[in-house]
Design a binder for this molecule. Sequence first.
Ligand code: NAD
Ligand code: MG
Length: 398
Amino acid sequence: MKVSPSATPENNLDYRCVSILGATGSIGCNTLDLVRNNAEKFNIIALTGNKNVDLLIQQAREFSPDLAVIGDETLYDELKAGLSDTDIKVAAGSEAMAEAADQPSDIVIAGIVGVAGLAPTLVAAKRGTVVALANKECLVCAGDFFLNEIDRSGATLLPIDSEHNAIFQVFDFNQAGNVDHLTLTASGGPFRSTSLSEMKNITPAQAVAHPNWDMGAKISVDSATMMNKGLELIEAYYLFPVEENQIEILVHPQSVIHSMVTYKDGSVLAQLGTPDMRTPISYALAWPNRLEIPGRRLNLASIAELTFEAPDLKRFPALTIARDTLKAGGSLPTILNAANEVAVRCFLEERIGFLDITRVTEEVLNRTPKSEPKTLDEISHCDEVARVLAEEVVRSLN
Ligand code: NAD
Ligand code: MG
């Protein structure tokens, strides 16, 4: 099953009820900014956060959801106290996270980072609602399983990831056979021109400082290693009716062309815009309509020059690792995602160096026999085994 834009949400286009999984993160805050500026069009039903209880309280006080959920159970009392003078229901923990996804809403923004978002996003998918997906790890970890659930429930999956949203906007689903290939653009991250010898000493602070996008720490590090583009390659494979060899990656440092579709006749359709996640998020929030977003417009005359280059696979081995993983299929994308999540966390904790991130991931992939997980339990088992092994590989490096 691949995404299809043919299903139109039955809900009223002029007024939508929205739940946000990962409200306190970068995607969540951008979504709430759009809701704040279009208050007459949206009603917030549920908000979730993991550790930033102060921000969750502030958001809940501003947007008055029915339910506010904090992932970290030790923060439950704080959340309860912070909202005690309101009638907002509060809860904590993973079951409550699923309850938030299950609240009746027209659209769920899947903005949790990592595989932690899989279970609640699946609950939203099973409910048959519109799932606006930022959480690419869901698809990388459990692509076929996730899409089967979407298919079975009749849910609508809309990509928020800017590249996939761009492709979604220009992909002619009625003429999928006429598509030659997709081009995922990549900024190249902060170390696009850094030599391998300099890369060894990159610190977490340097790695999270992305030149074009303001994002959470994990995706920022993924962008720096270019594993983000590797994960996006897998995400695109699951989202669109194309094969792995029909998806190419092109470095485009200005992040103006967000991705492209090349048709058989040589026509190339692209979506362009300023690098602002509110554009793809608003597209999902209003789909198939569009929201008015005042502010910066793309000014190509002032940008003057757009540049492109092939990715350097030597300095960014994550791209090859991800492509080989996708070709091999089975449990390997699940293992890749789990090992990468552990390696990025260990890098952020300064337990391993920057170049070790992909080394750890590759080592875990090499040491884990491929299997064919079909059920969620089997997928979770693969994920857990890979995490344990990744920790072991990290320890062996120290
Ligand atoms: P972030 O770190 O800023 O926010 C993550 C959110 O997830 C926070 O609300 C956090 O509380 C929540 N969270 C973290 N761990 C959790 C757990 N164990 N249980 C429950 N909730 C948890 O991350 P982000 O940059 O907003 O990215 C979110 C997702 O969107 C990622 O999958 C990322 O790849 C994707 N994405 C982000 C951007 C962007 O511009 N930020 C762009 C494209 C795709
Ligand atoms: Mg992206």
